[in-house]
Write a protein that binds this ligand. Structure first.
Ligand code: PBG
Length: 328
């Protein structure tokens, strides 16, 4: 005689739905977007089918579409011409430059949209690193980078960014940025820290999108070793003490254990970044007819919720929002 039959709870869709532990919600999704200079440009990213680099005019149209589909938060990344890049990422402070103009314009037209910025040197750096590179040794200089990141953050807050997203992994940056924001009276600007950002090979397509791959070396002296999980707890503790509001784990799919740990052991909300390579894998397999793209997308996004993510940054945001619409 079998007394306990777990299958009873799976026997009917209504029952399955009643006992379902986690649900994806439209409000969980944050859409990453890429902006480039010029007008009337929409250039598909080869390794990310369905994702584009938009000039500002078309970016606004894309955001309008997302907004109408119910997406209320975006993260914007700039793709700059090589000629704008230098050692110190000076272009990041140019108030008439592409990025700050974009933030201002987006917030002007969509004041209710939550806009997250990217804080790191790589989109503006001729070295392609997230921090300042020492000419002699090639070392990534931590403390010298902090003031650059702080200035960048203040400029972005001034331009209207609601959430500052430091993606650089320098030590002490959350504190430096938080103090800078307080000093300038941006008391309500959130920091979503890329807390556990791993030195991952899943970022390849993103670096294609921005032409931001390091010119020399790799990012292993600042991004985390993918073999480690306890180290993520240390980073989480520091970011929490330093004034972060939300902690992010990146990449997401191969790091669900980290999401789960940080959720259980910490106090702050957790975001997962479902990165470019994770998107590319599914797209490629679906193009070959090897996976059902839509079903795998929903399963993957739900797994982020199950692991403990409150927020999911995903290139699938628009497709998922469309699916929500169809279902209603
Ligand atoms: C860099 C940054 C990266 C991503 C977001 N910000 C790449 C990197 O660290 O080289 C990757 C996002 C993705 O792969 O989707 N500051």
């Amino acid at each position: 005689m079998i007394l306990n039959r777990p299958r009873r709870n799976r026997s009917h869709e209504v029952i399955r739905s009643m006992v379902r532990e986690n649900r994806l919600d439209l409000s969980d999704l944050l859409a990453p977007l890429f902006v480039l200079e010029g007008e009337n440009k929409k250039i598909e990213i080869t390794s990310m089918p369905g994702q584009y680099r938009f000039s500002l005019d078309l970016l606004l149209e894309e955001i309008k579409e997302l907004y109408e589909l119910g997406i209320r938060s975006v993260a914007i990344f700039p793709a700059l011409e090589e000629s704008r890049k230098d050692k110190w990422a000076k272009e990041s402070l140019n108030t008439d430059g592409l990025y700050l103009t974009t933030l201002k314009e987006v917030k002007k037209i969509f004041p209710e949209l939550i806009v997250m910025s990217d804080v790191a040197m790589d989109p503006y750096s001729s070295d392609g690193h997230d921090g300042l590179v020492c000419d002699d040794t090639g070392e990534i200089l931590n403390d010298e980078t902090l003031s650059i990141l702080t200035e960048m953050s203040i400029a972005q807050a001034k331009a209207g960014a609601d959430i500052i997203g430091p993606s650089d992994m320098m030590d002490g940056r959350v504190r430096a940025i938080r103090e800078g924001l307080e000093r300038e009276n941006y008391k309500n600007t959130l920091i979503m820290s890329y807390t556990a950002k791993y030195a991952s090979h899943f970022y390849g397509p993103f670096r294609d999108a921005l032409d931001s791959a390091p010119k020399k070396g790799d990012k292993k002296t600042y991004q985390m070793d993918y073999a480690n999980s306890r180290e993520a707890l240390r980073e989480a503790q520091l970011d929490t003490e330093e004034g972060a509001d939300i902690l992010m784990v990146k990449p997401g799919l191969a790091y669900l254990d980290i999401i789960s740990e940080l959720k259980k052991k910490g106090q702050l909300p957790i975001a997962a970044y479902n990165v470019s390579g994770e998107y590319a894998m599914i797209k490629a397999a679906a193009e070959k007819g090897w996976l059902d793209e839509q079903k795998v997308m929903v399963e993957m996004l739900t797994s982020f919720k199950r692991a403990g993510s409150d927020i999911i940054l995903t290139y699938f945001a628009k497709d998922m929002a469309r699916l929500f619409r169809e279902k209603i």
